[in-house]
Write a protein that binds this ligand. Structure first.
Ligand SMILES: [Zn+2]
Length: 332
């Protein structure tokens, strides 16, 4: 059956069906179904009413007159999709089984299929539910970003709505950029570049042995962003800008023998001179660093770091050649 072209620019199906592959039935085969969808060599018998209720594309397709040479099976028209059979299966599972769609954690390949096919065929609710997982993990506010982090773990971050695996930061970034989930991009770039220069350049092996590597546009943004963030983190007003002061002379300091300045100076050397310099633009104030400072200085430092983090979060999109947060709105 031919019909309206899907309204998007999705890449073609990963693998087209070859003639010698036998056509098989999926488990998704409703005896009272009214349309057979075929992706690669897998057929799914489902309902026009379910498809058209959820998708503007299928709603329009259902209304078109069927051509006389329309292939059918058991009186159901066969609609061939130029999509991966596994992707089609995930989409149909999501449509028919809300428990599947709304389970606490979903594997990224499922989220990815729902976003790509959801956009392509305009399955609004499915698309929104999948995009929400990406924006939850990569939020647009510092408050939400902090809430997602387990600060006890220091540098690592573990997603809670998408099954974690070794290379998830790279794959989420690619998915968000390819599908214009723009509000997620600053956090996604920041998370990806935190995997370090070697991972950026060499890629990260996935658990199945394939390699997750970034497209050149993302690689460029990550590497340049990383370089600029490391420079900016110790600039005035930013997270660690206060370390630059010539001498620590906080009025309310109650420390003796310059102990507070000693701590400040040690951290200054660590941030500015140590090789390699670590990216700490959005790090919080770690108690360990400052425990030798007097109490008033510790509180003051906490305040300065908190203010600096807010500023760097505000500026975060600019480090990746992105427009300001106010313009990073996802398409409805
Ligand atoms: Zn002090």
């Amino acid at each position: 059956m031919s019909g309206p072209a899907p309204a998007d620019d999705s890449p073609p199906a990963k693998r087209q069906r070859t003639e010698d592959e036998p056509i098989t039935r999926s488990e998704i085969w409703y005896q009272d179904g009214s349309v057979v969808l075929q992706a690669q060599n897998i057929q799914f018998r489902v309902h026009w009413s379910i498809l058209s209720q959820n998708s503007a594309f299928f709603s329009q397709l259902m209304g078109l007159p069927q051509p006389p040479d329309q292939p059918t099976m058991d009186n159901c028209p066969i609609v061939e999709l130029q999509d991966d059979a596994t992707d089609a299966e995930y989409l149909l599972k999501a449509l028919y089984n809300l428990k599947f769609l709304y389970q606490p954690m979903l594997p990224l390949p499922v989220v990815s299929a729902l976003i790509r096919l959801g956009r392509k065929y305009d399955f609004r609710d499915v698309l929104e539910a999948a995009v929400e997982r990406i924006t939850f993990e990569n939020p647009a506010t510092l408050k939400e970003y902090d809430a997602r982090r387990n600060w006890e773990e220091k540098t690592t971050y573990t997603p809670t709505r998408i099954d974690p695996y070794r290379a998830f930061e790279f794959d989420i970034l690619t998915l968000a950029r390819e599908n214009d989930i723009v509000s997620a991009l600053p956090a996604a770039y920041y998370r990806a570049l935190n995997r370090g220069l070697d991972s950026l350049l060499d890629g990260i092996p996935r658990d199945d042995g394939t390699l997750a590597s970034l497209a050149s546009i993302d690689l460029r943004r990550c590497i340049r962003g990383r370089e600029q963030l490391m420079k900016a983190q110790t600039e005035p007003g930013n997270t660690w800008g206060w370390l630059e002061s010539e001498l620590w002379d906080y009025d309310e300091c109650t420390g003796t023998s310059g102990q507070c300045d000693f701590v400040r100076h040690a951290l200054f050397l660590d941030m500015k001179v140590k090789d390699p310099i670590k990216l700490r633009a959005l790090n919080r104030c770690s108690e360990g660093y400052f425990k030798s400072m007097c109490n008033p200085c510790r509180l003051y430092v906490n305040e300065l770091v908190a203010e600096g983090r807010k500023k760097m979060w505000e500026d975060l999109p600019s480090f990746f050649d992105l427009p300001p947060w106010s313009e990073l709105k996802n398409d409805p």
